[in-house]
Ligand binder design. Structure first.
Ligand code: SF4
Ligand code: SF4
Length: 153
């Protein structure tokens, strides 16, 4: 994932405010958390001189098949349904102490990961600690997955 300065360098840097943000830097800060989309910047999208940068940013933050609004992708074809992510995710643990938090199958609808039909399904993704104002670079699910089925883009 690029850092904020790298993202900023790909933006028009004109502070035109057409995206609704006060500055291009503010837009760059909000892109990784997906509070804004690349297409929210009209000059970037419409002006030929920004085409290469627009395409680079789309590669980094554009719509990828199956990506959630938090950037989480579960590659179902790689998931073996082991449940490691289910019991490792701190949100699952906090929201479901008697199920996922005790190393068991979830008993709550407030979890992010739950295995269904042998494959993990992601829900409540806005609860992910990589998302929102106080986000942190949590890697608990990625690190515990034996097949690298979980990715953040
Ligand atoms: S990054 Fe952390 S909080 Fe987010 S889904 Fe993975 S384990 Fe849960
Ligand atoms: S840890 Fe990986 S393989 Fe295991 S259930 Fe989660 S996504 Fe699937």
């Amino acid at each position: 994932m690029a850092n904020v300065m790298e993202i900023y360098q790909l933006l028009p840097k004109t502070n035109c405010k057409e995206c609704g943000k006060a500055t291009c830097m503010a837009f760059a800060v909000d892109l990784p958390g997906r509070k804004v989309k690349v297409d929210d910047c009209p000059p970037l999208m419409n002006e030929a001189k920004y085409k290469a940068n627009y395409e680079k940013l789309l590669e980094m933050f554009g719509s990828v098949k199956d990506v959630t609004e938090t950037g989480l992708i579960v590659h179902n074809e790689k998931c073996i349904g082991c449940g490691n992510c289910v019991v490792a995710c701190p949100v699952n643990v906090a929201n479901d102490p008697l199920g996922a938090g005790s190393g068991k199958a979830p008993t709550s609808d407030k979890v992010i990961f739950k295995v269904e039909d042998g494959v993990v399904r992601a829900r409540n993704v806005q609860e992910c600690r990589r998302f929102g104002d106080n986000r942190i670079l949590c890697v608990a699910c990625i690190d515990t997955c034996p097949t690298k089925a979980i990715e953040f883009v």
